[in-house]
Design a protein around this ligand. Structure first.
Ligand SMILES: CC(C)(COP(=O)(O)OP(=O)(O)OC[C@H]1O[C@@H](n2cnc3c(N)ncnc32)[C@H](O)[C@@H]1OP(=O)(O)O)[C@@H](O)C(=O)NCCC(=O)NCCS
Length: 180
């Protein structure tokens, strides 16, 4: 295989059986909201927030799995408060759960007016993504187990297992209905 300089880690696979702690792959991104991302009300489009959250989750998935990973599902995103042009948007993401080849990544999005350092950042959105690690042929490949480090990590993993059970049950029921 040839090296792909645009995809770091493409050729440097890590051992998928060694557990990785949540802190290993945690990622935070920050941008300033621009007018080109706004709707007619002057608020930032929800899609822009989703894209930033997806990018952050993708970096986490790549770090945890030691190579490329693709978005398989995003089944829950809540928007809690509007983001305005000029706000500094920050994302915080980590692996909540790791399976055989898939991972659930949780993303928290916060915003703060750029000129007011004393204003507390506002929690504006949260999202849960499923990423699947893939090999050179685009097939799922194994990911390392997740090592929880804090009580919050344990809670997030437990809740991720509940969401996964619901996702799989919903998919199975829909598939069953189509086959009938
Ligand atoms: C994601 C993808 C690689 C899965 O391939 P697949 O052959 O269907 O994989 P499998 O059915 O073997 O499932 C692989 C894992 O993904 C999980 N998975 C797949 N689809 C899922 C979904 N919709 N929701 C939750 N989990 C899902 C499976 O549960 C399994 O998890 P596990 O290995 O941890 O047990 C494939 O569907 C794909 O390439 N999709 C397009 C991805 C893409 O282009 N994303 C957007 C741009 S980046």
């Amino acid at each position: 295989m040839t090296d792909d300089a645009t995809v770091p880690g493409m050729t440097e696979r890590s051992e998928a059986t060694t557990a990785r702690p949540t802190s290993y792959s945690r990622v935070s991104l920050g941008i300033m909201a621009h007018s080109s991302e706004a709707n007619l009300l002057g608020n930032v489009h929800g899609g822009e927030i989703m894209k930033l959250a997806d990018s952050t989750a993708g970096a986490v998935a790549h770090r945890h799995s030691g190579g490329p990973a693709v978005t398989a599902a995003m089944d829950e995103m809540t928007f809690l408060a509007p983001v305005h042009v000029g706000d500094i948007i920050k994302t915080y993401a980590q692996v909540n759960w790791a399976g055989t080849s898939s991972m659930e990544i949780g993303v928290r999005v916060e915003a703060q007016p750029w000129g007011n350092a004393s204003d507390e950042p506002v929690h504006v959105a949260s999202a849960y993504f499923v990423f699947v690690a893939i090999d050179e042929e685009g097939h799922p490949r194994p990911v390392p187990p997740l090592e929880t480090e804090t009580e919050a990590d344990v809670r997030r993993r437990r809740e991720a297992e509940i969401r996964r059970a619901h996702r799989l049950a919903r998919k199975a029921e829909i598939d069953q209905g189509r086959e009938a």
